[in-house]
Design a protein around this ligand. Sequence first.
Ligand SMILES: [Zn+2]
Length: 152
Amino acid sequence: MHYSRKLFERDFPTDEACLQRIMEMRFPGNMARCDSETCGGVLRKHHQVSGRTAYACHCCGRHLYPLVGTVFERSSTSLLTWFRAMYLVGIIGPHISAKQIQRETGVTYKTAWRMLRLIRTLPRRGRSILIRRLRRSRRSSRPRSRLRKRNR
Ligand SMILES: [Zn+2]
């Protein structure tokens, strides 16, 4: 099935939805090691803290920041804008122009250019936050071995 714009908008209506996807990718089932004194490194379920980019341990409430260590960590661009840009790269391909991303997402050309550069360098797993779903629907003509090499 084609991953349409409409489906994308339904899957990712807000920044929180994007954060949720990143959390799922990094910590499946929202299970993460909690290093607080109470939990002592045990795997615990975490829940989203509203209005923040944090998740809290179910047991002790200690915060976990799923964006730490990702390209999104220090970005002033919203997650939703990032996801829209990644969606476009996934649909159109890595040759998409910064101008096109600018037009579609409403950011400045400079921001679009920066996002595009970063998205192209994202490791396969990072990009697959979103693009994995696109790949399945798009019959890629590019051999896998070449993709892997480029993404190293
Ligand atoms: Zn805990």
